[in-house]
Design a protein around this ligand. Sequence first.
Ligand SMILES: [Mn+2]
Length: 285
Amino acid sequence: MKSKLPYNFGALPPEYSDYENANIVILPVPFDQTSSWIKGSDKGPRAIINASRHLELYDIETASEVYMKGIHTAKEIISANSPKMVQDVRARVDNLLDDEKFTVLLGGEHMVSLGAIESHAGHFSNMSILHLDAHSDMRDSYFGDRFSHACIMARAKEITGNIVSVGIRSSDTSEMGNIDKSRIFYASAINKSKDWIRKAAAKLSNNVYISIDLDVFDPAFMPSTGTPEPGGLGWYEVIDLLEYVAKRKNIVGFDVVELCPSKYNLAPDFLAAKLIYKLLSLKFA
Ligand SMILES: [Mn+2]
């Protein structure tokens, strides 16, 4: 689809999208080398940015226009292999945090989060991770690869022991040694619980990095992921959690990963764009 809208997150004019004045930077990492089933998350960042150009920029619930803080869309990070990609992401995010930019990473497969997590942990003391996902991603390695998307949280755990995982509904026996069930809010338990949000937030430290694998949502309305799993969370369950955390904690950065776009259904791309804009609105309101 051709469009005259500017190509950046939110289709913003230069006064709200130039780097110098922006408080927020969107960093696209179109990397997909280790997906185990459906490929195509390398097309995720562009699909999210394209959909974001059709957002309405007033947020009803916060009565705010977060784009006025300035949202710059950075140049994509293109890397040859996973270890190099992790290094490249870390170096770029280090620069952004040194410039005091609030950084939003767009994947790509879930391993894109690792460099961003490393960088944020180096800039913010005692950082915890709020991890939204269908999968626990705690394998020590997957087919011999320690940088597989299926190992992201095992690698993240080497950086901070304070990880809270939400929406999990798929794990492998090989992960059990790495899994602390007291820090996992399984989708099945969320479905039966009334105050899971309060309990999950209580386990987080003040500085929170949020990593959102879009397969945390139910595939009924988020079918565009590489490994869809039934029984996922609804829009308002995720938004209520993010709102609760935004009001009580210091969200230091976040990523949205694993969008595997379909040319036949653009609604999931828009969901991802709106989720990002909503979380920014909650953070900066
Ligand atoms: Mn996942």
